[in-house]
Design a protein around this ligand. Structure first.
Ligand code: TXA
Ligand code: MG
Length: 331
C-alpha cells in the first residue's frame, strides 16, 4: 500500500484537502491525523471492517479498545445511550480537549471496537485539523495513537511515517502536537469516576468538578476495579532501553554503561555531552516537558542510543502523565 502525505495549514486547514482525507475514511480507509495530544490513526468507528484495519496496521491486540472521536459534545451526547449530568459537566468544562470519557456503549459502535466491553470511550479533540476532518466525515472516527503497538506515540507526521509508512492510506500533516501526551481517560461507568490513564488534565482539575474521582491505583486498592484492557504496563517505549534515575544518580548510570547513551533531564544539569553521551535538558515546567518528551525520545532513538537515562520527574499531580509514561517506558 502507498501511504500518501497530505499537508494542511494547522490553524486553517484547506477544505479541499480535508474533503479528500474524509473521502478515504468514508470508503473504509486508514488516515492518520493530528490532534492536540498525539497523532491518531483514524478509521470509521461505526464500521467494523474499517476499524479492524487499525488493529492490523498497528499490530494491536484485539482486546485493547479504541477511542471514538467526534466533532462536538452534542455529537457525543447523541451517540451515547446514557449521558449523565457528570458527563455533561466534564464535557462542558474540558471539550474540545485532552479528556476521554468512558460511558455505556452505543449500539452503533461495534463491541469489537470497544475491546469486547459494553463501554465506549469518546473524545472531542481540540485541534482545528482534527475537528475539520471529523465535521467532514460526520461519523465517529476511532483513533488510537498512530504508532505500532508498544512503540512511542507520534507527535509529528514524520514520526507516524517512521512506524506506519506503507501500512496506511494517508497521513494528514498538521505540524507538531501541542500537548504531546495522550488524553486523560475518565471512566464514568462505575459507582465512582476513575481516572484510567493520567493526562495533562490533572486529577485536581477533574476533582474540582467531580469530588469523588479516584486514580485507578486507588480503585484497585478498594477492590472496585472494572475491566480495563489496554492498561498493560509495557507501553509507549522507545527502542532504546530506558532507565529512571534521581538527579544525583545520573552520573553513575552513565559511567556504568557502554554504547551511545542519551540523558534526559528535568531542567538544566551540569553534566556535559561528550563522546558516546548526549545530554538533553527538557523544561522543569510540566506542560512544556510533556509537550517535548516524545519528540525528544524519538530523536534519541534516531541518534542510535542504546540506553536512555531519564531523570525522575517531580511527584506533584501536574507531572502524573509524564511520570506514568516514563514508568511504562522503563518497565
Ligand atoms: O490522546 C489520545 O487519547 C489519543 C488521541 C489520538 O486521541 N488516543 C489514544 O488512543 O491515546 P489509545 O488507543 O492509544 O489509547 C486508548 C486507551 C485504551 O488503551 C484504553 O486503556 C482506554 O483508552 N479505553 C478505550 N476504550 C475503553 C473502554 N471502553 N473501557 C475502558 N478503557 C478504554
Ligand atoms: Mg497508544
Amino acid at each position: 500500500m502507498m501511504t500518501e502525505l497530505v499537508s494542511v495549514d494547522p490553524h486553517a486547514p484547506e477544505s479541499a484537502r480535508i474533503a479528500r482525507c474524509a473521502a478515504v475514511l468514508l470508503r473504509g480507509g486508514l488516515v492518520a491525523f493530528p490532534t492536540e495530544t498525539v497523532y491518531g490513526l483514524g478509521a470509521l468507528a461505526d464500521d467494523e471492517a474499517a476499524a479492524m484495519k487499525i488493529y492490523a496496521a498497528k499490530g494491536r491486540p484485539s482486546h485493547n479498545p479504541l477511542i471514538s472521536h467526534v466533532a462536538s459534545a452534542r455529537a457525543a451526547r447523541e451517540l451515547a445511550p446514557v449521558w449523565s449530568e457528570l458527563a455533561d459537566e466534564l464535557a462542558e468544562q474540558f471539550w474540545p480537549g485532552p479528556l476521554t470519557l468512558v460511558v455505556p456503549r452505543s449500539q452503533k459502535i461495534p463491541r469489537s471496537v470497544c475491546g469486547g466491553l459494553d463501554a465506549m470511550a469518546i473524545r472531542v479533540p481540540a485541534h482545528p485539523v482534527a475537528l475539520a476532518l471529523l465535521r467532514a466525515v460526520g461519523r465517529p472516527v476511532a483513533a488510537p495513537s498512530a504508532n505500532r503497538s508498544n512503540e512511542l506515540s507520534p507527535t509529528t507526521a514524520a514520526h507516524v511515517l517512521r512506524g506506519l509508512d506503507g501500512r496506511i492510506d494517508m497521513v494528514l500533516d498538521g505540524g507538531a502536537c501541542r500537548v504531546g501526551l495522550e488524553s486523560t481517560v475518565v471512566d464514568l461507568c462505575g459507582d465512582v469516576p476513575v481516572i484510567l490513564r493520567p493526562g495533562t488534565i490533572t486529577i485536581d482539575q477533574v476533582r474540582a468538578i467531580v469530588p469523588t474521582v479516584r486514580m485507578r491505583a486507588e480503585s484497585v486498592a478498594h477492590g472496585q476495579l472494572r475491566a480495563s484492557p489496554g492498561m498493560d504496563a509495557k507501553h509507549y517505549a522507545p527502542r532504546a532501553r530506558l532507565v529512571l534515575s534521581p538527579r544525583d544518580g545520573l552520573r553513575a548510570q552513565i559511567t556504568e554503561s557502554s554504547g551511545l547513551i542519551g540523558v534526559l533531564t528535568v531542567g538544566p544539569v551540569d553534566i556535559p555531552s561528550r563522546d558516546g553521551v548526549i545530554v538533553s535538558a527538557l523544561s522543569d515546567e510540566a506542560s512544556a516537558y510533556s509537550a517535548a518528551l516524545y519528540e525528544r525520545l524519538h530523536w534519541l532513538d534516531e541518534q542510535g542510543c542504546t540506553l536512555i537515562v531519564c531523570e525522575r520527574v517531580p511527584e506533584s499531580s501536574e507531572w502524573d502523565a509524564a511520570r506514568d509514561r516514563l514508568r511504562r517506558a522503563a518497565s
